[in-house]
Design a binder for this molecule. Structure first.
Ligand code: HEC
Length: 125
């Protein structure tokens, strides 16, 4: 009987692990990224580019990660509009960036890419 209960508990943990990324990612997003990119990823026209249905984001995951890790400045075009602002490098660890970006990719019509801490680490070099 004890074994049985243990087994169910482990299954519960496994499921939690599965949904953890997106939930934690929302936490990071709502604390950090939201200030500029807004609650529904819509950005602010002329200042902060949208993450919702962003062609820039969905086209190249490694380029997107690099921008968040190292900062991004200079003219970029997102969904046909030019932005020449600057995003400071985000002072977050690999796991936090992976979770936040997985949440972003899983929201607002984006392509559901899963970003792992290893992918983030690779862009720090
Ligand atoms: C201080 C404001 C600010 C914060 C905080 C911020 N960004 Fe940005 N972000 C910007 C600006 C400004 C740009 C455009 C930079 C440019 O014009 O070159 C940008 C660009 C981007 C882009 C590429 C363009 C696009 O719209 O697809 C992504 C992806 C992105 N940010 C994700 C994030 C994520 C994820 C976080 C939180 C971990 C975050 N940003 C936090 C200001 C910010």
């Amino acid at each position: 009987m004890k074994k049985y209960i243990f087994c169910i508990a482990m299954m519960g943990l496994a499921f939690q692990g599965y949904s953890q990324n997106a939930t934690k990612g929302k936490g990071v997003y709502d604390k950090v990224c939201i200030a500029c990119h807004q609650a529904a990823g819509q950005g602010i026209p002329g200042a902060f580019p949208p993450l919702a249905k962003s062609d820039y984001l969905n086209k190249d995951v490694n380029r997107a990660i690099k921008g968040v890790v190292k900062g991004l400045s200079g003219p970029i075009t997102v969904n046909g509009k030019k932005y020449s602002g600057a995003m400071p490098a985000q002072a977050l660890n690999d796991q936090q960036i992976a979770d936040a970006m997985t949440y972003v990719y899983g929201s607002w019509g984006n392509n559901k890419t899963v970003v792992t801490p290893a992918m983030v680490k690779a862009q720090r070099k």
